[in-house]
Design a protein around this ligand. Structure first.
Ligand code: NAP
Length: 277
């Protein structure tokens, strides 16, 4: 009698050593007693297609992809989910049993699930969202907010052309605001989201005057190292509801874990504590 195959998944990036995904998936594998493995793989861009062609033959069920492969992988995938196509990038690849490579993007659903878990009364549809940044993460956030029927998005980015490109892609609900003029528009915010890398350990802080921001606005930051960025600390001081970015990382990983290992994973305090150790 042959033993069932050991389920394998992993994360592909270049570099990959900084990735928190192995710890996250490792936590869930242990918690649910699953005899599987989640492997970090440093793969150069020139090897990406070859590696993705080989992994299913080695028993891999799927992989997460991170920088710099999130966009190029769409050229390799056979099936692309609507949301990955809309965002123009994928982070969750599944090797289907019919041999096809399926590409999905769970960043947006992870972002929304994090807010719903930590601020259950918040609804995107209740008012204007201000999005700072226009990089890869911002595309996922804008798509997710529009899906949740946000009435308007004010988008500001240091390099205005990138914000204009997002507006051209996502349409009339997005208004581009000058990076230096954003404070003057904060009074309109129901939700304020930092999707830039400003505020990350080792980077400059996000310098923004929050005085005009309504005290009932919700403020969230995609940066999670440190967990409490200076934006979140300032907003908390004003009495705003704040949600840190660690939950988004945890929630965006859940669909892949469920798909590959057959178990919907819990996102709770025990997991957060483990991730922060
Ligand atoms: P990206 O595509 O490289 O975009 C970086 C963004 O930050 C751009 O809008 C860029 O503006 C802006 N920026 C960088 N340095 C700046 C500066 N000195 N002044 C003003 N703006 C600056 O990166 P990304 O993939 O969107 O990721 C952005 C952040 O989100 C990173 O910190 C990442 O770790 C975090 N993230 C978190 C999660 C999560 O699960 N919590 C998920 C995805 C990403 P320009 O266009 O002007 O360069």
């Amino acid at each position: 009698m042959s033993l069932p195959p050991i389920p394998l998944a992993g994360v592909i990036g270049h570099p990959i050593a900084h990735s928190k995904s192995p710890r996250l998936y490792g936590h869930w594998l242990k918690r649910y007693g699953i005899n599987g493995h989640y492997v970090p793989m440093d793969v150069a861009s020139s090897d990406l297609a070859h590696v993705l062609g080989t992994l299913p033959r080695a028993g891999f069920l799927g992989v997460n992809v991170t920088i710099p492969h999130k966009e190029p992988v769409l050229d390799i995938a056979d099936v692309i989910s609507d949301r990955a196509a809309l965002i123009g990038a994928a982070n969750t690849l599944t090797f289907q049993s019919d041999g096809k490579l399926h590409a999905d993007n769970t960043d947006g659903v992870g972002f929304i699930a994090n807010l719903k878990q930590n601020a259950p009364e918040w609804k995107a549809s209740d008012g204007t969202a201000i999005v700072l940044g226009a990089g890869g993460a911002a595309r996922a956030i804008v798509a997710a907010l529009l899906h949740e029927r946000v009435p308007q998005i004010l988008l500001a980015n240091r390099t205005r052309a990138r914000a204009d490109a997002l507006k051209a892609h996502f349409g009339a609900k997005v208004e581009v605001v000058d990076w230096n003029g954003i404070s003057a528009r904060l009074e309109e915010a129901h939700t304020l989201i930092n999707t830039t890398s400003l505020g990350m350990s080792g980077k400059e802080d996000l310098k923004i005057n929050l005085d005009p921001l309504p005290a009932d606005a919700l403020v969230t930051d995609l940066v999670y190292t440190p967990l409490t960025t200076s934006l979140l600390a300032q907003a908390h001081e004003k009495g705003c509801r704040v949600v840190d970015g660690l939950g988004m990382l945890l929630h965006q990983a859940a669909p892949g874990f469920e798909r590959w290992f057959g178990q919907r994973p819990e996102i709770d305090e025990e997991l957060r504590r483990d991730m922060l150790r």
